[in-house]
Design a protein around this ligand. Structure first.
Ligand code: BDP
Length: 584
């Protein structure tokens, strides 16, 4: 999927700004004609991108789960001959139906991923357009992250698990248009997609051209330009800069790739550009190799979460986060627990950060998994790979977080076939990257998904949820897990480990929720991680405190951040800097 671009052949206009919203708890907005536009007197202003929750808390929508209608009017300029206009949504959480000038125009696909809506036949170039989006933050029952309602807690006898709003995950179910919406114009006869295959020497470009078209691909940077040409429905160009400057977190060297499509008479039809680096990432026995050399992954699990914006894109905070990640010496993150904004991946490419790209699938409950769940999960994997496959920073696909969390016996009986199918599907779409998933202790050290994964991620909280404040016992259990999982003969990454700390809470002895205990916990785990031959690194949970749904276990936020939600360092952040930076 090609990003919105501005160049000689394409244009993109960001429709971010103040839109209007009307909430529809009874689902009768369409009957009232809201798809044709919202009456100003019944609508509230809302900033886009941004979640409705904190923005409109005082209007009563902090915990709102359900449908809401959002509207904006924009000017569609006259189109150049041969061009088409589409709307491109970065993501709408979690589902969107779109109307243009009162006509149904399209809907979103997998949650937390982009989708396009064509304007053809629905809006006249050179006119004002009314765009209405019905958004729902209620998850589908059969999605890769399954819906939970308040009554599920009761019917399943899980009173102690009850959250407000109801969720089966430990973060806030923000609703709204959380990433930018772009008005894109592009040539109808232009590129719709292309595929890059990257290693340490070459960048190979594959795309489908129409009859009579010619692709001129060029790679430039570091004083040189390398070119190649191809044509046909299976056009392929191999670009090999010499000398090759490799990309890594330590030295994020990027080239600029330009793909020009020419007509038979040599006129330029389309142009696509992207920044790209030369690198390889591979699993080798119980090691991972970056550019051919063993590499230790050190970093964090994160969330897209910030005060007031909610999950809405917050560029200043994103820049700050990258500075703090570098300040800590982090070289990698997992996009826990859903695909992050493409703007985040742009910075990861440019500033050098390895990304384990995770699909939105959390705590899959195999008592409720069916054929529709698998189909939706495969679709979400396909859409994630389609969006991010050309990224330099993306080193692996994570297909699920903590399935089998409820230790349901169905997990052991039903999941092997499910994983075989899902991992096989992902591998067929991208054979070049390792596949993984995040194992929860309840699913066992012989988690059926380990048979399919290339890299074994494990989330462990010995010393927190078990063995509280007893680091010796915790580390002994962690090492026992390492030894048991090492029997699979694959590299292990501790994808989550961490302890809550309330900034400003201190003790001279091991005490949960203190800054000292969080720092000591991280040091003890890091020592065990670096000492075990089959463990290739660790990602601390979490980078920063984040808002969760309401539950007695959470003090507004999950406090496992080494930074507070407003990005002040706790003691643990300084400890991590000492562990990960030579100059720390
Ligand atoms: C893990 C989950 C993560 C939670 C974390 C925790 O993957 O989303 O926030 O536990 O409990 O199980 O802090």
């Amino acid at each position: 999927m090609i990003r919105p671009l501005d160049n000689a052949c394409r244009s993109s206009r960001d429709l971010s700004g103040v839109w209007h919203i009307a909430f529809d708890p009874d689902e009768n907005g369409e009957a009232q004609g809201w798809h044709q536009g919202l009456a100003r007197e019944s609508a509230l202003p809302i900033a886009i991108p941004g979640s409705w929750n904190e923005q409109l808390a005082e209007a009563g929508y902090m915990n709102y789960v359900g449908s809401a209608w959002l509207e904006v009017r924009f000017w569609l300029p006259p189109l150049a001959p041969g061009d088409e206009a589409v709307l491109r949504f970065g993501s709408v959480d979690y589902h969107a139906d779109v109307w243009i000038n009162g006509q149904p125009a399209g809907r979103s696909g997998a949650a937390m991923l982009p989708f396009e809506v064509p304007l053809d036949g629905l809006a006249d170039p050179g006119s004002e357009v009314t765009l209405v989006v019905r958004v729902s933050n209620l998850l589908p029952v059969d999605g890769p992250t399954q819906r939970v309602t308040q009554s599920d807690y009761i019917t399943e006898g899980r009173y102690r698990d009850e959250y407000l709003p109801a969720v089966r995950f430990d973060f806030f179910p923000y609703g709204g248009i959380n990433r930018p919406v772009h008005l894109v114009t592009r040539p109808r006869a232009g590129l719709r997609d292309y595929r890059l295959t990257i290693d340490t020497e070459t960048i190979k470009v594959h795309c489908a051209l129409h009859e009579g078209q010619r692709l001129v691909a060029s790679l430039s940077g570091f004083g040189g330009t390398w070119r190649g040409e191809a044509e046909g429905p299976d056009a392929a160009v191999r670009l090999a800069p010499d000398p090759a400057r490799l990309w890594s977190p330590e030295e994020p060297n990027l080239y600029t790739l330009q793909l020009d499509v020419h007509a038979a008479d040599a006129t330029l039809i389309d142009r696509v550009t992207q920044r790209v680096g030369l690198r390889s990432f591979a699993v080798d026995g119980t090691q991972v190799l970056l550019n051919g050399a063993p590499y230790t992954l050190q970093g964090f699990g994160k969330h897209e979460d910030s005060p007031i914006h909610g999950r809405g894109l917050n560029p200043p905070q994103m820049i700050k986060d990258f500075r703090l990640l570098k300040w800590c010496g982090a070289n990698s993150v997992r996009t826990s627990h859903y695909p992050y904004a493409e703007e985040f991946l742009d910075l990861a490419d440019e500033l050098g950060l390895l990304v384990i790209d995770e699909v939105f699938s959390i705590n899959l409950d195999f008592r409720k998994v069916n054929a529709a769940t698998l189909a939706a999960h495969k679709q979400a994997v396909a859409e994630l790979i389609a969006r991010d496959v050309n990224r330099t920073c993306v080193i692996a696909w994570s297909l699920s977080n903590e399935p089998g969390y409820l230790a349901e016996s169905d997990y052991r009986t039903h999941s092997p076939a499910y994983w075989r199918e899902l991992f096989g599907h992902a591998r067929s779409l991208d054979p070049s990257r390792p596949l993984t998933h995040a194992n929860v202790g309840y699913a066992g050290n012989d988690d059926p998904a380990f048979a399919e994964a290339d890299l074994l991620m494990i989330n462990r909280y010995h010393g927190w949820y078990s063995e509280p404040a007893q680091l010796d016992r915790a580390v002994a259990r962690l090492n026992a897990d390492f030894d048991a999982i090492a029997a699979h003969g694959k590299p292990i990454l501790v994808a989550e480990f961490g302890a809550d700390a309330l900034a400003g809470q201190h003790a001279s002895y091991d005490q949960l929720f203190t800054e000292e205990y969080q720092a000591r916990f991280i040091r003890a785990y890091w020592q065990a991680i670096t000492a075990h031959p089959a463990v290739v690194g660790g990602h601390i949970w979490a980078f920063a405190d984040f808002r969760t749904a309401q539950h007695g276990r959470r003090v507004v936020h999950n406090l496992k951040g080494v930074f507070t939600r407003t990005r002040e360092p706790k003691m643990a952040a300084w400890a991590v800097r000492e562990l990960w930076c030579d100059e720390g």
